[in-house]
Design a protein around this ligand. Sequence first.
Ligand code: NAD
Ligand code: SIB
Length: 411
Amino acid sequence: MNEKELIESGNMKMDWARNHMPVLAIIREKFEEEKPLKGLKVGMALHVEAKTAVLVETLAAGGAEVSITGCNPLSTQDDVALALGTRKNISCFARYGVGSQEYYEAIDRVLDSKPDITIDDGADLIFKLHKERTDLLPNILGGCEETTTGVHRLHAMEKEGALKMPVIAVNDAMTKYLFDNRYGTGQSAWDGINRTTNLLVAGKNVVVAGYGWCGRGVAMRAAGLGASVIVTEVDPIRALEARMDGYRVMKMSDAAKLGDIFVTTTGNRDILTAEHFKSMPDGAILANSGHFNVEIDMEALTSLAKTVRTVRNNIKEYDIGDKRINVIAEGRLVNLAAGDGHPAEVMDMSFANQALCVRYIAENKLPNGVHRVPQELDNYVARMKLESMGISIDELTDAQVCYMSGWECGT
Ligand SMILES: NC(=O)c1ccc[n+]([C@@H]2O[C@H](COP(=O)([O-])OP(=O)(O)OC[C@H]3O[C@@H](n4cnc5c(N)ncnc54)[C@H](O)[C@@H]3O)[C@@H](O)[C@H]2O)c1
Ligand SMILES: N[C@@H](CCSC[C@H]1O[C@@H](n2cnc3c(=O)[nH]cnc32)[C@H](O)[C@@H]1O)C(=O)O
């Protein structure tokens, strides 16, 4: 495709996403009228694809000047990146398949815009701001963080007294993690695996590492596709929950021998290592849907391999002598690096939270530290989503309020 065709394709993807993001549409309308972000610069490092682009144009509609780059070298969709770059008050520095140097240079270019507010997915911008670009910190009103691991990092910074700005943990809104991490990852990880492998899931042993919100979603959809699901965990309560949800639970060293497809969702490193690769069945398929590219020890796999070859678009086969192991999308997020990411209806809620939190930061002076998404914003997103789905729910009567909250209303 030439540049014009790419831009057309990007615009078409954005139109489709926009039409399936009704809560963000309500917020965009308000932003257009009220311009709550007028005069502010927003710097973003998020997966640059169509739903993110709808968030970007929502912030621009609110009066912000937006600079954006990617938060994963393999999740950028170049057509969307180009289409975004043609919009007024929007600069996009993301490109698919960049090396590490170009990836971090693009983050610097976003920071060069001297943002008042940041939006991160994995804390890349905040990390650089605190390590190399500290001169920009006094200008920052606050930031938003999209994902679990990013929030963990921010809490670690806060604990050590290293966090020098307020950040809202958008991931921790209930209308984010209960839907995005669970139903979003549950569907999009399998979309990525299925469209990339074109193999059957039914009848296979699927090993899901981690039974958090993402793992629950991935396991639930694997079971729905007919797999026999095995869960590995380190948290005894979550392990127990997985067992009572009907899955087999065991150590990875045992699961490694049984799995046909492995999906990591822990946000941790070294989940699949040399020890596991050596005991896996021939032809095992590995995918990561957690964080960056450290859940599968790609270095160890590469050094074990006698040969490495591409066997299908986005699948590399590592021949380690007595068996072949297939890795999707270099061990990076399978739903974004081998698919189109989460469904638009789910990102509608995640990005409604982002837009509302950016406005909240603009309108409230927050102290440095990690902040929760205000409950009223979380409730608002849920209500708007229900309304967009044509669902009405009951309201408590006065007598019910009294019964639930008082102690004199009777036993
Ligand atoms: N692919 C996506 O689009 C997507 C969406 C949301 C979140 N994420 C990322 O996925 C990861 C998980 O997010 P979450 O919200 O499910 O987090 P979570 O904290 O709810 O779950 C992670 C689980 O992994 C378990 N775990 C940690 N180390 C383990 C190990 N060595 N072996 C087995 N289990 C282990 C933890 O006990 C926990 O139960 C994070 O990195 C998050 O940023 C990805
Ligand atoms: N940047 C890191 C962190 C994990 S991304 C995980 C986050 O991606 C977000 N996400 C999932 N699908 C999409 C999408 O289609 N568009 C934009 N963001 C998405 C989701 O909200 C989740 O919290 C990495 O790439 O490894």
